[in-house]
Design a protein around this ligand. Structure first.
Ligand code: FAD
Length: 414
């Protein structure tokens, strides 16, 4: 059994540490802060069994025009952000071509299909069942045409990937969820997805489980990583830690570390914001407002409204227009009260142009492993890709898993 360093304690890193520990390895998990305080903290908290197909970049001129002119609240952008990410965005555009996207989705769907089953034993062992609701999520439509088109697409997803849904009229759904104040044109209820009322707490509970099973949780800067004669070393506050393998699970910070080792990873940094609001009538299930690019779900801290993507330069100041616009638009359907006072959170979805995360050994460095790029679904997929990575490290994957892990391997990416 090997000594292994896992760098980064978000959902992906903590899941990796647990998966490797379960296989008998001695794992040290290093983060510069507490587990689950960054991207994995403020997301919408949905374990998205329904997300069989990753978000491609729309290629029709109408949608691109609505992004360009700021009419859509799904995506905002700044010139500097788009310029910085231009090569990655161009590659994303090419990967989003229908045939390519369909091929990518065939792999992606195998990951999301396992997600709730891979979380389940961790939730139980971590004693975190109180954070989880197993009742799906809904997409809400104000336009009948958009609802009908997506309902037909939901049928297709059911046929192709076995994802289950119900399509309901707005009036019928409102009978089910009295929190709705108006009648939408229609609602799609994805029944297999789960939601979490405090995503950061779930990551923290997984980290506690790892430590309780004898894993080492250390504070340190991953940027101190160096290659040694027999493996890898990182400096932590307590001591220098050496190991045979090092797994980079730094989410959106992964490319900057790997650049030092000669890897140029194109990443699209999709920033998102959230705010919590008081409400006397929380929705029964999280709601994706399809017309306004926000997700609203009840969390421990209040009604969390989380935004779509802002393509801005890294380090750009917070711009809350997307959040404000989404909140205002959604208030025709939900009672949304005063904003809960708290420091403004933002996080960055670490998106790769090929839309599949990387989980495998670095092509030119023995014992260095990549595990990042989970984009819109890292909270969902952490335990699943962690199991594949751990199995690959051990050589214990079955044929199907092995084929899938080949697809995620950095060695097979252009
Ligand atoms: C608004 C929004 C909503 C979302 N909603 C969902 C959702 O509903 N469902 C879903 O599945 N996904 C969702 N996502 C995506 C999901 O949050 C991310 O894919 C996921 O959190 C990425 O996890 P990670 O562990 O890779 O990164 P992170 O959670 O960011 O973890 C990276 C860790 O690395 C550490 N780190 C960074 N640099 C260093 C360093 N130099 N030294 C030491 N440590 C370092 C950080 O402290 C951090 O703990 C959403 C994202 C956003 C922004």
């Amino acid at each position: 059994m090997a000594d292994i360093l896992v760098l980064g304690a978000g959902m992906v890193g903590v899941s990796t540490a647990l998966a490797l520990q379960t296989r008998g390895h001695a794992v040290s998990l290093v983060d510069r802060g507490a587990p689950g305080r960054e991207t994995s903290f403020g997301n919408a908290g949905i374990i998205q069994a329904e997300a069989a197909e990753p978000y491609g970049l729309p290629r029709d001129l109408g949608t691109l025009w609505s992004f360009a002119t700021g009419r859509s609240n799904d995506v905002t952008w700044s010139l500097r952000g788009v310029a910085q990410m231009a090569p990655a965005l161009w590659s994303y555009f090419r990967h989003s071509a229908p045939r390519r996207h369909a091929g990518i989705s065939r792999s992606y769907a195998q990951l999301t299909a396992r997600a709730t089953a891979d979380h389940a034993p961790l939730i139980e062992a971590a004693g975190a069942g109180n954070l989880i609701t197993r009742d799906g999520l809904v997409q809400l439509y104000r336009s009948g045409a958009a609802f009908e088109a997506d309902a037909a697409d939901a049928e297709r997803l059911g046929r192709e990937y076995g994802v289950r849904h119900r399509a309901l009229s707005g009036t019928d759904y409102r009978r089910e969820d009295p929190a709705l104040r108006g009648d939408p044109a229609g609602v799609i209820h994805w029944s297999d997805s789960w939601s979490c009322s405090a995503p950061g707490c779930l990551v923290h509970a997984y980290a506690r489980l790892f430590a309780g099973r004898g894993g080492r949780l250390l504070e340190g800067d991953a940027e101190t990583l160096t290659q040694t004669f027999g493996g890898w070393r990182v400096r932590t506050v307590a001591e220098d830690v050496e190991a045979e393998h090092a797994v980079v699970a730094l989410g959106p910070w992964s490319p900057s570390l790997l650049r030092r080792f000669g890897y140029r990873i194109p990443m699209i940094y999709k920033r998102g914001y959230h705010g919590h609001f008081e409400t006397a009538q929380p929705p029964l299930r999280p709601i994706v407002d399809m017309d306004n690019g926000v997700v609203a779900g009840q969390m421990q801290a209040g009604l969390r409204i989380a935004t779509g993507a802002a393509l801005v330069a890294r380090g750009a100041p917070a711009d809350l227009r997307q959040l404000d616009r989404g909140r205002a638009a959604l208030s025709d359907m939900l009672e949304i009260g005063a904003r809960v006072e708290e420091p403004q959170w933002s996080g960055t979805r670490p998106c790769l142009p090929g839309m599949l995360p990387l989980a495998g050994e670095a092509p030119r460095h023995k014992g260095l492993w990549f595990h990042f790029g989970h984009g819109h679904q890292g909270f969902t997929l952490g335990p699943t890709t962690a199991a594949l990575l751990a199995g690959r490290l051990d050589g214990t994957l079955d044929d199907g898993e092995s084929a899938l892990s080949q697809v995620l391997s950095p060695a097979n990416r252009p």
